[in-house]
Design a protein around this ligand. Structure first.
Ligand SMILES: C[S@@+](CC[C@H](N)C(=O)[O-])C[C@H]1O[C@@H](n2cnc3c(N)ncnc32)[C@H](O)[C@@H]1O
Ligand code: SF4
Length: 461
């Protein structure tokens, strides 16, 4: 069991500093505008030459009805349905164009609808987009199709449209059930609404529900968050994400609207995490790592034991290790050694798509060293251990020589019993799970020299 006692609490205070979440390595600030659309086209062609390996797809639907003041997502607030329908036309153009480069024999094993709020689309728009995707790609029989939904403004027809399109995993944004917290962050979402959606999903046969919470929001107290956690546990989702509030007002200016004096202090925030971990593990959930909890019989918990978890921009999954093609404004693709990101600005995205069908503005080609470090970081984040001999065999290096620097940095974690070394393996202890990001940071080549203005990361604990 992963509990936070007083001693660990002190350690976590010490490690609470800005750091990447390692949904990719190298991290996004390393992507460069030197990477061109022409390169992207060449890279897609090369990636699809005689390649029958499965793929993952990501669709970014950026729109939301109202702004949650805490939001750090790539979202666009609008009530202009024409703007949304125009965006969908560009998105379809992009899917049409990019899919023409992807080998027909490649099966889709994962499709994620993310946002913004995919459920802000109209049911007929959801059906239309699903049809196009199904026409342009061949789906594997057990493809994981996940959707992020917001109970506000959601009808059963939305759910049916997603399910008709094959959706089998739903992630519900809740954040906090407390009325005062909801008012403070401009996200009033009556509890009844959330309960109704969970019930409807169950009635429609959905077996995988995730609920998103955030700790560190304004006005959250131990009592209020305890009540929220109890309500979530009662709803019994298969997975629960308890995100660390990423307070980054220098990137998301609207977060400045939040009253600073209502934000929990660093140690109070940690107490909220402590409460979440202790309550959820007591209720039988397994702490997977990095904000994620799952029931013991959930695929994430089972496959973590078999070391089959992967991590990508959508978090943990067993399907995430495949080549990923992202569609829509700000979407990121990652295949082979390539990372490529679409324009983050809506009009720039549309403009680029209308001119050539691609909208890449940033990218990066991984070096051999990046590949080695990515492997090490991802295995640590997913398996919570690393077999040094496996890395040596896979990459033909002598681990202790190659990572002399990193091992030096790890000493601090060893002394605090956050990691142990055992027979050629680095093992992350129960306590070490809370500082996974910090441990991974020891292997990040770019972090030490990264200019301050590029260090846009949220705090780690
Ligand atoms: C794209 S949203 C989910 C779908 C929908 N837009 C909603 O909010 O219900 C993804 C999740 O990111 C999390 N999130 C957004 N801003 C965050 C922040 N500043 N810090 C931590 N988590 C955040 C929220 O938990 C949210 O549910
Ligand atoms: S948290 Fe979700 S609903 Fe709220 S603004 Fe962000 S993306 Fe939109």
């Amino acid at each position: 069991m992963s509990m936070i006692d007083d001693q660990l609490f002190e350690i976590l205070v010490k490690f609470d500093r800005p750091g990447p979440r390692y949904t990719s390595y190298p991290t996004a600030p390393i992507f460069s505008s030197n990477y061109t659309v022409e390169q992207f086209e060449d890279d897609i062609k090369a990636n699809n030459f005689d390649n029958k390996n499965p793929i993952s797809l990501y669709l970014h639907i950026p729109f939301c009805d109202t702004l949650c003041y805490f939001c750090a997502c790539n979202s666009i607030i609008t009530n202009n349905r024409k703007k949304i329908s125009e965006y969908l036309d560009y998105l379809k153009k992009e899917i049409d164009h990019v899919s023409s480069f992807i080998s027909k024999g490649r099966k889709v094993v994962q499709l994620a609808w993310g946002g913004g709020t995919p459920s802000y689309l109209k049911p007929e728009e959801i059906a239309d987009l699903s049809d196009l995707i199904k026409k342009k790609f061949a789906f594997g029989p057990d493809a994981e199709i996940s959707v992020e939904i917001d109970p506000r403004g959601l009808s059963i027809d939305h759910l049916k449209a997603f399910i008709d399109g094959g959706a089998n995993r739903f992630s519900i944004g809740v954040q906090d059930f407390d009325n005062n917290v909801q008012a403070a962050v401009n996200r009033v979402q009556p509890e009844l609404l959330t309960r109704r959606v969970v019930k409807q999903l169950r009635e429609l046969g959905i077996k995988s529900i995730n609920i998103d919470l955030i700790y560190g929001l304004p006005l959250q107290t131990i009592e209020s968050f305890k009540a929220t956690l109890e309500k979530v546990i009662e709803l019994s989702p298969e997975r629960i994400a308890v995100f660390n509030f990423a307070y980054v007002p220098w990137i998301k200016a609207h977060q400045k609207i939040l009253h600073q004096d209502q934000l929990p202090a660093a140690d109070d925030k940690l107490r909220l995490l402590q409460l979440a971990v202790n309550s959820l593990t007591n209720a039988g959930y397994v702490y997977i790592g990095m904000d994620h909890f799952a029931k013991p019989n959930d695929e994430l918990a089972l496959e973590q034991k078999n070391k089959r978890l992967q991590r990508n921009f959508q978090g943990y999954s067993i399907k995430a290790g495949t080549d990923l093609y992202g569609f829509g404004v700000s979407a990121i693709s990652h295949f082979g050694r390539v990372y490529a990101q679409n324009a983050k600005d809506l009009s720039e995205y549309c403009d680029k798509i209308s001119k050539g069908g691609f909208s890449t503005i940033l990218g990066y080609k991984m070096s051999r060293d990046d590949e080695i470090r990515k492997y090490v970081i991802m295995r640590l984040m997913c398996d919570l251990e690393l077999d040094k001999r496996e890395v040596e065999k896979k990459f033909g290096i002598v681990f202790d020589e190659y990572f002399l620097d990193s091992l030096e940095k790890l000493k601090e974690f060893l002394q605090l019993n956050l990691i142990t070394f055992d027979n050629g393996r680095i093992l992350i202890t129960q306590a070490g799970r809370f500082v996974l990001r910090n441990i991974a940071m020891c292997f990040d080549k770019y972090l030490p020299g990264m200019p301050k203005e590029k260090q846009v990361f949220s705090r780690t604990v």
